[in-house]
Design a protein around this ligand. Structure first.
Ligand SMILES: NC(=O)c1ccc[n+]([C@@H]2O[C@H](COP(=O)([O-])OP(=O)(O)OC[C@H]3O[C@@H](n4cnc5c(N)ncnc54)[C@H](O)[C@@H]3O)[C@@H](O)[C@H]2O)c1
Length: 325
């Protein structure tokens, strides 16, 4: 399905910037709404001169008006939210406000414009899961007052708000629960495992694996997640629908794979595991396979190799820029 005009909140972030690009490539005009609280503005620098792309600097916690142009807005992808544990620990109240007030404001825009609304929720709504793998019917195991709660509960509230909006006002909404996604444009210091290990490996520093490294995650390459979100946008499903890779990898295996792919001789250093860090994470994607004909296609080795190549290229660009200055 082709949309005329999409609004992407959080569009200057890691995932949002890839979605903006994919939508423009499909001929959809894009308005990116972002307060740059956790974004690298470089993420959308390549889009600034593309016809159909508009960037608005705004905090979605305040009512916002993305305009609409002659055709109005027919899709709103709501991604605005700090997403890495380091960011939401630094911005706890902002995270809660963005999940609640921000989602309310984004829903209001979608309602006014008659647009399809898709909420980027998260596997974190499952907390430290007691059911494995996690189907959408699992209610989760979240500590409501723990260090991760500002993010987990903000997203759980955003899901409830989205369902209530659809139920009471008939707004066309969908919810995707994204599992860990990685790829180019993640900030090296955002605290998530893939960019952290790659940054450390390329710098020759020890790779800091938390706990005994046996905790698992499901890692999805960004192109696959983007394809899943767009498939959800083009459907009439309300969800929630899990989007993630059912192939699980332990943090220790991930560290070894990154060492091998970078050719780094960095050692692995086991460090203290953060409180409430989930022990396992793996999606049941039966629903996405059946209803969206979606499943991840990029194998981990390939996605990681592409990501490492991007970090190397970026390092080189920065070095050349520094030398020129
Ligand atoms: N990347 C993942 O693995 C993953 C997994 C699950 C869910 N998600 C969800 O996907 C979305 C994007 O995540 P990401 O990894 O790209 O993170 P990111 O931090 O790179 O992007 C988030 C973007 O939202 C913006 N933002 C934050 N609060 C805002 C506000 N109040 N108003 C306007 N803009 C605001 C930030 O500046 C940033 O550009 C988030 O909602 C996140 O919860 C991501």
């Amino acid at each position: 399905m082709r949309f005329r005009h999409a609004v992407v909140t959080g569009g200057a972030g890691f995932l949002g910037s890839h979605l903006c690009t994919a939508l423009l490539d499909r001929g959809t005009a894009v308005t990116c709404v972002d307060d740059l609280s956790t974004a690298d503005p470089e993420n959308v620098a390549h889009l600034r001169d593309r016809p159909g792309f508009t960037a608005i600097h705004a905090d979605v916690c305040e009512a916002f008006d993305p305009g609409g142009g002659p055709d109005g807005v027919d899709l709103l992808l709501h991604l605005a939210s700090p997403a890495s544990p380091a960011d939401y620990a630094r911005l706890p109240l902002h995270t809660l406000d963005t999940g609640s007030l921000g989602t309310r404001n984004a829903l209001a825009v979608a309602r006014r414009q008659g647009a399809r609304f898709v909420l980027a929720s998260t596997s974190e709504v499952y907390g430290d899961p007691q059911q494995h793998p996690q189907p959408e019917t699992y209610w989760g195991n979240v500590n409501p007052v723990g260090p991760r709660s500002v993010y987990d509960e903000a997203k759980r509230f955003a899901e409830a708000l989205t369902m209530a909006e659809a139920g009471t006002r008939g707004t066309n909404t969908g919810i995707v629960r994204l599992f860990n996604t990685y790829g180019p444009r993640m900030r090296g210091h955002d605290g998530r495992a893939v960019p952290t290990f790659i940054r450390q490996a390329l710098a020759g520093e020890p790779l800091t694996v938390t706990g005994d490294g046996r905790q698992t995650r499901s890692l999805t390459y960004v192109d696959d997640t983007v394809a899943g979100i767009l498939a959800m946008a083009g459907s009439e499903l309300r969800g929630p629908v899990n989007l993630g890779n059912p192939v699980e990898i332990s943090m220790l295996d991930l560290a070894h794979t990154i060492l091998r792919l970078t050719g780094s001789r960095s050692p692995i250093r086991l460090v203290e595991r953060p409180a409430d860090d989930p022990g396992v994470r793996c999606p049941d994607i039966t629903l996405a396979r059946g209803k969206l004909q979606w499943e991840p296609r990029v194998p981990a080795e390939e996605g990681l190799a592409r990501t490492i190549a991007w970090y190397r290229e970026r390092q080189q660009r920065l070095r050349m820029g520094a030398n020129a200055a």
